[in-house]
Write a protein of this length. Structure first.
Length: 333
């Protein structure tokens, strides 16, 4: 009897072990679901096509414009230096900062342009601009990460794998995981996917040279120069103007000056035009009346000189000086 009981207990234990192991074993469907789940956690940045327009024949200042969707990159070349402007929806996000782009060392404008790549993920509106870099031995890309708010240098990518040395001619994709971003070729001519090594470069020359900026800004027709001030309506904060409702409304292609009483009644509203920009100061003239009367708005040489500084506008105005006895007006949103 005791013997039968022992046998029964051993049998029961074996059954429990069997069912436990069976429940732990992944089925093909479970493996597939796990694989798909891991893929969903990765964000893939794929190489996209984009429009290019160059001006390499210009003896004054050469340029290259890259466009896709609502994004525009403009590269300007001053001697051996490259400056980048980044626009989104025709609004300046980053204005003329120096980047690293090899168009001259063992290369040319045309060769460098052919190697440029843009990786993009449309679901999150983020991506990477890959520009050919300076190298002694292996091909290299300077990687710039961009989104709706900024573009910043991230790292360099390259490889010393002899089977991957043509990677710059292959399609590249970026994979963002919890541990960071990685880059690899989709496949190369030998059917191999090459993982690219990452290296942060601290010696990239990103210093902005004032004389370079003057050449760049001077090469852009005045009608195409944009006001690099965040859009919106800015209101005078000077106590002396509390009863006059002074404001400047900044749009991507216009500036509107408004005077309204303390009860909200609009008295005068003028469209101002930008006539020149010097050292970050925008010189404005009266253009036309929108509401009210012109009065003395068209009398001064300049209606005012505008400067943006850390979220506020500094407005030096001959018009407000004559009308309100206050020349320097500070405006905030």
């Amino acid at each position: 009897m005791v013997k039968n009981s022992i046998i029964l207990n051993m049998f029961t234990i074996l059954l429990l072990v069997f069912f436990t192991l069976s429940s732990c074993k992944e089925t093909p469907n479970q493996k597939k679901e796990l694989s798909e789940s891991l893929k969903k956690e990765n964000i893939i940045f794929s190489e996209i096509s984009f429009d290019k327009k160059s001006d390499y024949q210009n003896t004054n200042l050469k340029s290259l414009v890259l466009k896709f969707k609502n994004i525009t990159y403009t590269l300007k070349f001053v001697e051996d230096r490259t400056y980048l402007q980044y626009k989104l929806d025709d609004k300046i996000i980053s204005d003329w900062h120096q980047i690293s782009y090899n168009f001259n060392y063992d290369s040319s404008y045309e060769d460098a342009e052919a190697d440029i790549k843009i990786l993009y993920n449309s679901s999150i509106n983020k991506g990477f601009l890959l520009l050919p870099g300076y190298t002694e031995e292996y091909p290299v890309f300077n990687v710039y990460a961009f989104d709706k708010d900024r573009i910043t240098y991230l790292e360099n990518i390259s490889t010393n794998d002899p089977n991957c040395l043509s990677f710059s001619k292959e399609k590249i994709e970026g994979i963002e995981q919890k541990q960071g971003i990685s880059f690899k070729t989709v496949n190369n001519q030998k059917g191999k996917s090459c993982v690219l090594n990452k290296e942060k470069k601290d010696d990239l020359n990103t210093q902005t040279i004032e004389s370079d900026l003057q050449k760049i800004v001077g090469s852009i027709p005045l009608s195409k120069q944009q006001i690099s001030i965040p859009s919106g309506e800015y209101f005078a904060t000077n106590e002396k103007l509390d009863d006059y409702g002074i404001s400047l409304k900044i749009d991507k292609d216009s500036i509107i000056y408004t005077e309204s009483g303390n009860m909200g009644k609009m008295y005068n509203q003028y469209l101002l035009k930008q006539v020149k920009t010097i050292d970050g100061k925008i010189f404005l003239k009266y253009s036309e009346v929108i509401n009210g009367y012109t009065g003395d708005a068209d009398k001064p040489l300049y209606f005012g000189i505008l400067q943006y500084d850390k979220g506020k506008l500094l407005f030096e105005s001959e018009y407000t000086e004559k009308k309100y006895g206050l020349k320097n007006v500070i405006l905030k949103k």
